[in-house]
Design a protein around this ligand. Structure first.
Ligand code: ATP
Length: 427
């Protein structure tokens, strides 16, 4: 993980948040390559679950919501972690994080004493209003889920969608985590990608869709390159307040198996609570005229944790070579274009033309520094799947060398067919 953290900083994937002021614990900023990688993950997700499906539609709801939402959803009461405080130095920890507690105890030579665990609510408070004395307290959303549930009726009324159907959303969530850590894994500001999939409220239907989404997501992550042996399902021993059934997909992170997404059978918990608290009818009316609250099978993935594990799984060190074996769909830069020599105007001119032409449809990089070996190494390290070199022969045969990141093999490709060649390999 140290190598990945260093690579992320050095090459512009991820920086500590507000670093020049000493940082802000639990926040991270994505640099040029990280922003691309994150956007590619989100776009791929959206394409696969919204664009390509007929039964899922997408929304984008507000981060700030009426505080009643969190009362109804149960978060004011139950969105808590157990907190203990060291009586010696007043540092606070999650009571269930025994490794950190042991570590801390060592730093006081075994003399640390602890308060009893207290419930600590993770919702982040904010204040709205222009007059300080009249400001009202709200919460930044602790999960993006509630934006879907409060809009359930709006979606039904403004579309012609019928059960079973899903509402998808990608957006920021905020949690006052007691101990952020493991790089971006546990942050206080992060992004989630979720589908709330609404179904007929019947046990058999629930079982079917729960199993369906479990295998859908396992296939999605392996299809985008994460090795199967580094993924597993983990049933929840303790379920969240809203869940009838819950399973996580975990990744074998350098510090141990860790959750990056959950599939939760939420039943009609959210809709029934919002119906009760808002007084609005949340029922779905089917074609036969029957009215009921549908059940919800939720798929909730962290964008940041997914990104971290895509990176971690892609990091390869082989034969003195470091490369990121990212799936080409996810790679921040799809191809890099090089003139063999920077001081030969005819090579540079042809290479620039190719670069600018490709740039109109793909993220491409330009590099004319140093030798070709160094340029390959630099692109390997950020996961660029293809490097294109314009050499002297190109001026005669109107072809270029395309070098594959994974195999290091080179193909000779006609310039006129380059776009088609790359598109075929990437998508
Ligand atoms: P954990 O047990 O690790 O605190 P959780 O079970 O509370 O996570 P959920 O509420 O199910 O997480 O949230 C769904 C997803 O959102 C998680 O699988 C994870 O990918 C992401 N997520 C949750 N909390 C954080 C966080 N603090 N930092 C980054 N991602 C997070």
């Amino acid at each position: 993980m140290d190598k990945i953290v260093a690579l992320c900083k050095r090459r512009g994937f991820i920086y500590p948040g507000s670093e020049i002021y000493g940082g802000l614990s639990g926040t991270w900023d994505y640099g040029p390559l990280g922003a691309e990688l994150k956007r590619n993950i989100k776009n791929q997700w959206w394409q696969d679950v919204v664009q390509l499906r007929e039964d899922v539609i997408g929304i984008d709801s507000a981060v700030m919501m009426n505080p009643k939402v969190w009362e109804a959803s149960g978060h004011l009461e139950a969105f808590v972690d157990p907190l203990v405080e060291c009586k010696v130095c007043h540092e606070r920890f999650r009571a269930d994080n025994l490794d950190q507690i042991k570590e801390h105890d060592k730093s006081h030579k075994g003399q640390a004493t602890w308060t009893d665990p207290q419930k600590f609510n993770l919702l982040v408070k904010a204040y709205l209003g222009v007059l300080e004395e009249k400001q009202s307290q709200i919460f930044l959303r602790g999960e993006i889920t509630q934006g879907v549930h409060v809009n359930f009726k709006n979606v039904l009324d403004s579309t012609r969608i019928k059960l079973p159907f899903g509402i998808a959303q990608i957006g920021k969530a905020f949690r006052n985590e007691i101990t952020p850590g493991n790089f971006t894994f546990r942050s206080r500001e992060f992004e989630q990608m979720e589908i709330q999939y609404f179904i007929k409220p019947e046990e058999k239907v629930g079982e079917k869709w729960f199993e369906y989404w479990k295998s859908f997501w396992m296939d999605w992550y392996t299809g985008l390159g994460i090795s199967k042996e580094n993924l597993r399902f983990k049933n929840h021993e303790e379920k969240a307040h809203y869940a009838r059934e819950a399973v996580d997909i975990e990744y074998q992170a350098p510090w141990g198996w860790s959750e990056f997404m959950g599939i939760h059978h939420r039943g009609d918990w959210d809709l029934s609570r919002h119906e009760e608290f808002s007084g609005q009818n949340m029922k779905f009316k089917d074609l036969e005229g029957a009215e009921y609250l549908p059940w919800d099978i939720e798929s909730s993935a962290g964008v940041d944790r997914s990104l971290l594990f895509f990176l971690s799984d892609a990091y390869k060190q082989e034969d003195n070579r470091i490369y990121l074996r990212l799936h080409p769909k996810l790679a921040p830069i799809k191809a890099a274009v090089f003139p063999l020599l920077a001081n030969k105007p005819e090579l540079v001119k042809t290479a620039r033309k190719i670069y600018l032409d490709l740039k109109s449809c793909l993220m491409v990089a330009w590099d004319d520094r140093g030798n070709i070996g160094g340029r390959y190494a630099s692109q390997d390290e950020i996961g660029t799947p293809f490097c294109i070199t314009v050499d002297f022969k190109s001026l005669e045969d109107e072809a270029v060398t395309v070098r594959d990141r994974n195999t290091t093999k080179q193909d000779r490709i006609k310039i006129s067919g380059l776009k088609e060649y790359l598109n075929g390999k990437i998508y």
